[in-house]
Each structure stands twice: as structure tokens, then as C-alpha cells.
Design a protein. Structure first.
Length: 304
């Protein structure tokens, strides 16, 4: 897909979708659109010689995959649309996780985490074993934490409470540490009973003790067996727990375009790691040569 500026704003100047039948043969396009006008092959198994019906989208700023993907005549396009719309990208806000939302179960945590009590309610009702596993992991990582409750209030809202072992009564989530709330939210995302196809997490190290990051990295690696994982970070402690072949360092070239290089492909990094060096410390010491603001201003940190 190619997007450019039009008279009234961004326009989709080119969009196409292609596949090939079986493991052999040349890929062919079964959807082609330009500025809202194009053709597509319908049916479950589009073929090179199938009829391509013409369609006009309402506006050149609309995406054909999104529009046609809502129609039963285009199951292949619908599958791609469902895959993309099912992505989960986390921008957790600690303040939002302390909300008192209207009661009612939610299957998936929102991007900001404002429905955290609703997801706990859903897991409690539908996946009790999974919720207990989450709480068990949380208890191991948060000293003296005993349980987490999401209780309905008389006015119909959900109240999230945290019970510490030394105290008789639980406390409201607003009085719980930021790190506890964030770790709880991440565990719910990573242990989703029906995980999304793609999970993106922005800088998970914020508010967490550095010694918890290696365990969180292992949780992410385990979740990657069922979902594609993309995590951005500027933490050497988290990077220490990641393998060099899993890391992509992003930087901008002389023309201003973003480039990516695997850490294991950077000269000297594999040899230093074989000698016992840690990846995060190598990055902080400037061995990457990329993504270092003191070497090339404007470059960004590692992405893996």
C-alpha cells in the first residue's frame, strides 16, 4: 500500500494484495486499487484467471482491504483484515488501570488498561485456573501480595482491590504501587486465554524493578509461541535477558530513513557475547555503533 497527500488530505494511491496457489507458481494479485477505484477477485480460492469485479470506494482515503474485508464475498481479504484489527498494542497508563469502570466482563485488556477490573472479572468467571496462575506469578514477584479482587459496587461499578498479607483488609488499587499495577496488567496480556495474533508493548521497564525484567522477558518469549511479539525498550537490564538474534537496533541513515540491523550481525557483538559479555551493557558501552545519541544524534534505542 502506498499513501500520499491528496487535495483534501491523505489518499491511498496504490493498494494490492497477492498470493499464490500452493507452494509453487508465481504470486498473482487478486486485489488492486488506486485512489478508491479498482478490481478484486471474490471467493475462498481466488485464481489467476478468475473474473475481477470492479468496485468504487466512497472516498480515495479509504482502504480497500478494510472495506471489502467486511463482506462475506471476500473471505481471503476478510482474514487479513481480521488479523490486522486483532493486533494488540499496549500503551498502559497506570492512572487508567485504577479506574472504576461499569461492571461487566471484558475478554481483552484495552490499550490503556482502563478496563483492567473488567478483564479480571471475565477471567474469574470464565478462566479461573488462568487467573489463579496469573496471581501465583504476581505473588512470587511482589513481596507479601496475597490476592487481587474485582468486586461490584452498589452503583454498578467495579472496584479493584489488592490484599497484602500483613493487613486484614484489602486496599483500593489507587493506593497500590505503580509497579504492581503494571506487572498485573502485563501478566494478563501475556497469559490471555485467546491471545491476539500480534502483541506490541512500549517500554515495559517503566515503573518495574530492574531485577524483575529478566523474568518479564521470559514471559514475553513464552507468549511469542502463540503471538508475534514486538517490544521497544531503552533498558539495558531488559536487553541483557534477550538473545542477540532477537534484537533489532533501529537508527536513521544520512537521508533520514529508518534502518534496522540485527544485534547478532553487528561486527564484534557475537564474539564479545561468547566471551561472557551481556548485550545490554555492550549497548550502553557503545559497541553497537547504532542507536547511540552520543554517536549519531537522532538515532533510537533497540527494538526487539
Amino acid at each position: 500500500m502506498a499513501i500520499d497527500d491528496g487535495i483534501k488530505g491523505p489518499e491511498v494511491v496504490e493498494e494490492w494484495l497477492q498470493w499464490r496457489r500452493g507452494s509453487q507458481g508465481k504470486p498473482f494479485r487478486f486485489l488492486e486499487f488506486s485512489r478508491g477505484v479498482g478490481k478484486a477477485v471474490s471467493g475462498e480460492m481466488p485464481d489467476q484467471d478468475d473474473h475481477r469485479s470492479e468496485s468504487n470506494l466512497r472516498s480515495p482515503d479509504l482502504i480497500a482491504v478494510s472495506t471489502l474485508g467486511q463482506l462475506s464475498d471476500h473471505p481471503r481479504v476478510a482474514a487479513l483484515r481480521e488479523f490486522i484489527t486483532g493486533w494488540y498494542v499496549s500503551y498502559l497508563s497506570i492512572d487508567q488501570t485504577r479506574n472504576q469502570p461499569e461492571a461487566g466482563p471484558h475478554e481483552r485488556l484495552s490499550k490503556t488498561g482502563d478496563n483492567l477490573p473488567n478483564v479480571i472479572q471475565y477471567l474469574k468467571e470464565q478462566h479461573g485456573d488462568r487467573l489463579e496462575k496469573i496471581f501465583s506469578i504476581l505473588r512470587r514477584r511482589i513481596p507479601r501480595l496475597e490476592r487481587v479482587d474485582a468486586e461490584p459496587m452498589p452503583d454498578g461499578r467495579l472496584l479493584l482491590q489488592i490484599k497484602d498479607a500483613p493487613f486484614e483488609k484489602p486496599v483500593l488499587s489507587r493506593y497500590v504501587s505503580d509497579g504492581t499495577m503494571k506487572m498485573l496488567a502485563y501478566l494478563i496480556v501475556l497469559h490471555d486465554p485467546e491471545p491476539p495474533r500480534f502483541i506490541g508493548i512500549e517500554e515495559p521497564e517503566n515503573f518495574l524493578h530492574p531485577r524483575l525484567l529478566p523474568e518479564l522477558a521470559e514471559e514475553c518469549r513464552a507468549a511469542a509461541k502463540n503471538s508475534q511479539m514486538l517490544i521497544t525498550s531503552h533498558s539495558p537490564f531488559l536487553l541483557n535477558a534477550i538473545r542477540a538474534e532477537e534484537v533489532r537496533v533501529l537508527y536513521r541513515d544520512d537521508q533520514g530513513f529508518t534502518q534496522a540491523v540485527r544485534a547478532c550481525d553487528i561486527q564484534g557483538i557475537p564474539e564479545l557475547m561468547q566471551g561472557g559479555a551481556s548485550l545490554g551493557y555492550l549497548w550502553m558501552e557503545g559497541h553497537f555503533g547504532f542507536g547511540d545519541p552520543l554517536i549519531n544524534s537522532g538515532n533510537r534505542g533497540p527494538l526487539y
